[in-house]
Design a protein around this ligand. Structure first.
Ligand code: CO8
Length: 373
């Protein structure tokens, strides 16, 4: 049976950047407006005043310096604090499909393939724009792919979970060439008014071509040696937005209908889970963690990644071992580890071992071990 390889990746980066300084200035203007509007209730003790955010805190606590977004004027407007998008008609490509197609075209070009070579499309991300038809089917149609397509959501781990579905489909013969696409317009479900998390996310799309080694022609290929997925229920990262909200007569703008988390608990609980997960997968493959040249990890927090890799290799972690894209892109949910893989791999020689690993809401953790051919 043919080996399965990743033969190309693609990255779509949105046109607008928001620096921490811009973000904090608009957030603090929102806070001042809120506190002025609620001065009497704050004075009476019935409303808690809001506190300013700070660039220093964001950079120290997370490592994030900027993020890309699809639209920034709405986010930075202290009287709005979320992006301003135009509704599209049914015969236009939806926004999520549009950025997915952009990333897919780049991945196909890198793999030396066209849409016609693809017989499986998986749209794996943390926020889907609509219930149906699947965004993946819209993308399949837009790129002229055959076979089948479906959407899946495992939040930040959607990309690695999607890669495993692609690899399995190829191994069992139900597809020959699968595109895994991770379009993330996180700005639509980020809570820009919450000081604890307003700095966390950014928008982006990534795509990965997975195919049989005997059909792959690209100059750079990474054989998939194995993948391992795990989930463990937790409420520490949660968003209650959903199709039953209307019938529940709940407030569609209530705080629980956008992203929220217990960041510190997530940090503490997920670091050991992710490190043990990778260690056990490498062990099963007979690979020592120190033999791995690069760890392309989920990009949520700089110290988190350094701790995970330090637990594995027992030494201080350099960007050579665990590349960082979080400073520029922020947390792009499922796309983060794929952006790291996309931007930091060509320097490695043939035979190099690497791990793509994501972790996040669920909790969920997924890892894919690859070797350069
Ligand atoms: N500015 C200044 N001070 C602040 C700010 C701010 N913006 N925010 C909080 N503070 C204050 C707090 O009030 C607190 O003050 P005090 O000590 O007086 O109580 C102090 O700073 C410390 O606060 P925290 O304990 O919250 O700070 P941490 O050091 O824990 O850092 C982080 C917060 C950066 C959030 C950190 O906990 C972290 O990164 N944790 C990991 C989170 C993680 O990995 N989450 C994964 C989520 S991603 C995912 O699963 C995908 C979901 C789907 C995507 C949806 C897209 C919208």
């Amino acid at each position: 049976m043919s080996a399965v390889v990743i033969s190309g990746t693609g990255l779509y980066t949105p046109p607008h950047t928001i620096t921490n300084a811009e973000l904090v200035a608009s957030f603090n203007a929102y806070v001042d407006l809120f506190n002025a509007e609620h001065a009497a209730e704050i004075e009476a003790g019935t409303v808690q005043p809001l506190a300013h955010s700070s660039v220093e805190f964001i950079e120290k606590a997370s490592g994030i310096k900027s993020r890309y977004v699809m639209e920034k004027t709405g986010i930075l407007d202290p009287k709005r604090m979320y992006p301003r998008f135009q509704e599209r008609s049914d015969d236009q490509l939806s926004m999520l499909a549009e950025i997915g197609v952009e990333a897919a075209k780049k991945a196909l070009a890198a793999a030396g393939k066209t849409g016609a070579d693809v017989d499986g499309v998986i749209c794996a991300c943390s926020n889907l724009q609509r219930a149906y038809p699947a965004i993946a089917i819209e993308i399949q149609n837009a790129i002229g792919a055959g076979g089948y397509a479906f959407d899946m959501n495992v939040a930040c781990s959607a990309a690695t979970f999607g890669l495993e579905q692609a690899v399995n489909a190829i191994r069992n013969g139900s597809a020959k060439c699968v595109l895994v696409i991770n379009p993330e317009i996180t700005s639509g479900h980020q809570e820009w008014k919450d000081r604890d998390c307003h700095f966390i996310f950014g928008d982006v799309a990534t795509a990965t071509v997975v195919e049989r080694a005997d059909t792959a022609t690209s100059s750079e290929q990474w054989e998939v040696l194995g993948s391992k997925l795990a989930t463990l229920f937790s409420n520490n990262i949660r968003n209650n937005f959903g199709y039953l909200n209307r019938s529940e007569d709940s407030d569609p703008t209530a705080r629980d209908k956008t992203f929220r988390q217990e960041g510190r608990k997530v940090f503490k609980e997920v670091v050991p889970i992710a490190a043990a997960h990778i260690e056990s997968q490498l062990g099963a493959l007979g690979i020592a963690p120190t033999d791995v040249r690069r760890y392309w990890l989920h990009q949520a927090n700089l110290s988190m990644n350094q701790l995970i890799v330090k637990k594995l290799i027992g030494a201080e972690v350099t960007p050579e071992v665990a590349p960082l894209i979080l400073d520029e892109y922020a947390n792009t949910s499922s796309a983060g580890s794929i952006i790291a893989f996309h931007t930091a791999r060509t320097d490695l020689p043939a035979g190099s071992l690497g791990v793509i690993c994501s972790f996040g809401a669920g909790y969920s953790v997924g890892s894919v071990v690859v070797r350069k051919r």
